[in-house]
Design a protein around this ligand. Structure first.
Ligand code: NAP
Length: 281
């Protein structure tokens, strides 16, 4: 048996097309969804990510602003930039591209973003809203994983879901989203004992570790849906957390690249639209 490969590029393209249609409706009512990105420094990977976000915005008819600050900017200058965007009524979504140059305090800057413009969903207010079942912004990557499961009609309610990784941007919100959809969720981390015995229980296994080939076939229940969030740069290119041989055991598998990755930008458009609808209407 070979797993059905989940086509993240296709689902992301459909999500972006839907975002473009909804943006066109908003624009007809005089509101252009507007994402502002604060980019400090010249990290090449960050520059690429920001360019991709800008291109996705333009393709969907959104307005996009990039606020560039030099690598040696001060904490006060960075915070001032965020406060200006908070006060700008034409801006619906704000994100600060991470990582920040050394010496700048990311937590303090993120805490200043107006929670109602926090389209990355990293603000503690939005994490709290998710944890308590209130509407708010959800981090784009785990939101994209749910969209992939739904696109392939993989049942979540009643399933056993296991999430490996407990970061604030992937693992924890992922587990909370699965729980909100009535999965029975287990979170694993570097302190988990006998990890394979836990992961073998999973109907849905999410890997968000950042170690190439970490999930091996022995860790997977036959027929499980395996979602590979990991992205690592290796000598032979990008690699996920899931070993390729898992395709022989799993029922569904996301490739890297072309699985979860494309969904992250698509869900950023989704969140920016949500912000525009709430703030502007
Ligand atoms: P992170 O903050 O480094 O978290 C990694 C998690 O993996 C931690 O919770 C850690 O546990 C856990 N872990 C490490 N070694 C382990 C082990 N031996 N057994 C079990 N758990 C272990 O990383 P992240 O930001 O969540 O990102 C995870 C991966 O997803 C990275 O490859 C990242 O590049 C990728 N990513 C992809 C996208 C996308 O768009 N596709 C978006 C975001 C991130 P402890 O908490 O105990 O240390």
């Amino acid at each position: 048996m070979s797993a059905i490969m989940i086509d993240g590029k296709r689902v992301a393209a459909e999500t972006r097309a839907r975002a473009a249609e909804e943006a066109a409706q908003l624009i007809r009512r005089g509101v252009t969804p507007h994402l502002a990105v604060v980019l400090a420094g010249d990290n090449p990977a960050s520059q690429t990510y920001v360019r991709n976000k800008e291109r996705a915005c333009h393709e969907a008819g959104f307005r996009s602003t990039i606020l560039r600050l030099p690598a040696d900017c001060t904490q006060a200058e960075l915070e001032e930039a965020v406060l200006r965007l908070n006060a700008d009524a034409s801006v619906h979504g704000i994100l600060v591209q991470l990582p920040l140059p050394a010496g700048l305090d990311a937590a303090r800057v993120l805490a200043l973003i107006d929670p109602d413009k926090d389209v990355d969903g990293f603000h503690a207010v939005n994490a709290g809203r998710l944890a308590t079942g209130q509407p708010g912004f959800v981090p784009c990557t785990p939101l994209g994983v749910i969209a992939l499961l739904d696109a392939y009609q993989i049942p979540i309610a009643g399933s056993r879901a296991v999430v490996i990784g407990r970061s604030n941007i992937v693992g924890k919100p992922m587990a909370r989203l699965l729980l909100a959809r009535d999965a029975t969720v287990t979170m694993c981390h570097s302190g988990t004992r006998d990890l394979a015995s836990v992961t073998r229980e999973a109907d849905i296994l999410i890997a968000a570790v950042g170690r190439p080939g970490f999930v091996t076939p022995e860790m997977v229940k036959p027929g499980a849906a395996v979602i590979d969030v990991g992205i690592s740069r290796t000598e032979s290119g990008l690699a996920g957390d899931v070993a390729p041989q898992v395709a022989q055991v799993a029922g569904y598998l996301t490739p890297v690249p072309g699985g979860v990755g494309p969904m992250t930008v698509a869900m950023l458009l989704h969140n920016t639209l949500q912000a525009a609808r709430r703030l502007a209407l």
